[in-house]
Design a protein around this ligand. Structure first.
Ligand code: NAD
Ligand code: GLY
Length: 367
C-alpha cells in the first residue's frame, strides 16, 4: 500500500477499515485481507466489469491462488436493483456451492453495492461483503454504513438490510473512467458533509473544487477520506438511523420527490440532492432558522461544481408536496425535514408547515 493511501476506521459492533488511494484494486493483500473461505462471488455491472474485474481477480489470485472466484455482472443502472437480479445473484452463490465463509466482492457504483450487499446479508443469513466502490457517490456514501437494498415497483430501497461490509477498498484511479456527470453527482454528497457538519470542509471544497473536477488523485482522496470520516462518526453512533444518521438525508426529502415525479428518468440522485439541499436551505430561511447568505454560499459552490440548483421545469409544487406527504405517513410527527441553522449546523425539524414548503417550491420555479 502506498504512503498516499488514506484509511478511515469505522467502529461499532462490526468494525471495518475504509482504504482510499490510487491503484488499490491491484493490491491483493488488501483485497483478500478479510476473505476467510475459498469461495468469492465478484458482483459488478456491464460498464465496470470490462474495465476492472480482471484486475481484481488477478490481484486476489496473486495472494490467494486457492480462491475460487466466480463472476456475476448486472446490467448497468438503477433498473437492475430488482428482486429478479437479486434472485439471480443468489442463484450464482448456490451454483458455486458458496459456504458460510464465502465472500462477495461488490465492484461498482451504489447499485452494485446495494444489491450485492443485500445478497451477502441474505445468503446463509449473512456472509462477508467487501465493497470496492467505483463511483464517487459510492466511495463517499453508499459503500459505507451497511445499508443494503433493492427496489420494488412501489418504491426505492423498500427491501433491504443493515449489513456492514468487512472492508471498503476505494481505488481513486477508477474515477478516471467515470462519466463527468456521475463525478459531479458524487460531489453533491461530498458537499453535503460540509453543509451539515463541517464549515471548514465547505471552505476547503470552495478552494479545491476545480482540482476535484479535474480528477486530481490526491485532492479526491482527501475529499473522500474526509467525507468517509464524517459518515463513519455518524454511523458508529447511530447504525440503525434512530437519530443523527437522519442528518445524512439533508436535501433528500425534496430530492426523492423530484426523482419520483420525474419517474427516475430526469435528474440523477446527486443532481436531485443538489437541488434539494438548496430548497432545504431556503426553507430554513423561510422558517427563520438561517440566513439567506448561507443559501447563497451553498448555491454558489454547487453551481461551481456544475450541479443544478433550481427546480426542473414542469414539476408541479402540489405534486411534489403530495410525494413528501407519502413520507409523512411513515412518520407520526408530520412533515419532517433536515434543515440547517446555517452552514455546518443541521437538525431534523418535525411538523414543518405545508404552506412554507409550498411557498419555497413555488419560488424555486420562478428562480
Ligand atoms: P450507479 O451504480 O448506477 O453508477 C452510475 C453509472 O456509472 C453506472 O452506469 C455505472 O455502470 C457507471 N460506473 C460506475 N463506476 C464506473 C467507473 N469507474 N467508470 C465508468 N463507469 C462507471 O450509481 P451510483 O450513483 O454509484 O449509486 C446510486 C445507487 O446508490 C442508488 O441505487 C442509491 O439508492 C444507492 N445509494 C445507497 C446508499 C447506501 O447507503 N446504501 C447511499 C447512497 C446511494
Ligand atoms: N445515505 C444515507 C445513509 O447511509 O444513511
Amino acid at each position: 500500500m502506498s504512503a498516499d493511501t488514506r484509511t478511515v476506521e469505522v467502529g461499532g459492533a462490526h468494525p471495518y477499515t475504509i482504504s482510499i488511494g490510487a491503484g488499490l484494486l491491484k493490491h491483493g493483500a488488501l483485497l483478500a485481507g478479510t476473505i476467510r473461505g475459498k469461495h468469492v462471488l465478484l458482483v459488478s455491472d456491464a460498464n465496470v466489469a470490462p474495465l476492472y474485474a480482471q484486475r481484481v481477480i488477478d490481484a486476489l489470485h496473486s495472494v490467494r491462488a486457492d480462491l475460487r472466484i466466480d463472476r456475476f455482472d448486472l446490467p448497468a443502472g438503477e433498473s437492475s436493483k430488482t428482486l429478479g437480479y437479486f434472485a439471480e445473484t443468489i442463484d450464482a452463490l448456490a451454483a458455486i456451492g458458496a459456504t458460510r465463509d464465502a465472500s462477495i466482492v461488490a465492484l461498482g457504483g451504489g447499485v452494485v453495492g446495494d444489491l450485492a450487499g443485500f445478497a451477502a446479508a441474505c445468503w446463509m443469513r449473512g456472509i462477508d461483503c467487501i465493497q470496492c466502490p467505483t463511483t464517487l457517490l459510492a466511495m463517499v456514501d453508499a459503500s459505507v454504513g451497511g445499508k443494503t437494498a433493492i427496489d420494488l415497483p412501489q418504491g426505492k430501497n423498500l427491501v433491504g438490510a443493515f449489513h456492514p461490509p468487512r472492508a471498503v477498498v476505494a481505488d481513486t484511479t477508477t474515477l478516471r473512467t467515470l462519466p463527468m456527470r456521475e463525478l459531479r453527482a458524487g460531489l453533491a454528497e461530498v458537499i453535503k458533509y460540509g453543509a451539515i457538519r463541517d464549515t471548514a470542509f465547505l471552505g476547503w471544497l470552495e478552494t479545491n473544487i476545480d482540482a476535484l473536477l479535474g480528477g486530481d488523485d490526491t485532492t479526491l482522496s482527501d475529499a473522500i477520506a474526509r467525507s468517509c470520516a464524517h459518515k463513519a462518526e455518524i454511523v458508529e453512533r447511530d447504525p440503525f438511523e434512530h437519530g443523527e444518521r437522519a442528518l445524512l438525508n439533508f436535501g433528500h426529502t425534496f430530492a426523492h420527490a423530484i426523482e419520483a415525479e420525474q419517474q427516475f428518468d430526469g435528474l440523477n440522485h446527486g443532481e436531485a440532492v443538489a437541488v434539494g439541499m438548496v430548497l432545504a436551505a431556503r426553507l430554513s430561511s423561510t422558517l427563520g432558522l438561517a440566513q439567506q447568505a448561507d443559501t447563497q454560499r451553498l448555491t454558489g459552490l454547487l453551481q461551481h461544481a456544475g450541479l443544478p440548483t433550481t427546480l426542473p421545469a414542469g414539476l408541479d409544487p402540489d405534486a411534489l408536496l403530495a410525494r413528501m406527504q407519502l413520507d409523512k405517513k411513515a412518520q407520526a410527527s408530520g412533515l419532517r425535514f433536515v434543515l440547517w441553522h446555517g452552514a455546518g449546523d443541521a437538525e431534523v425539524i418535525a411538523d414543518v408547515p405545508e404552506e412554507a414548503v409550498l411557498s419555497v417550491l413555488h419560488a424555486a420555479r420562478l428562480s
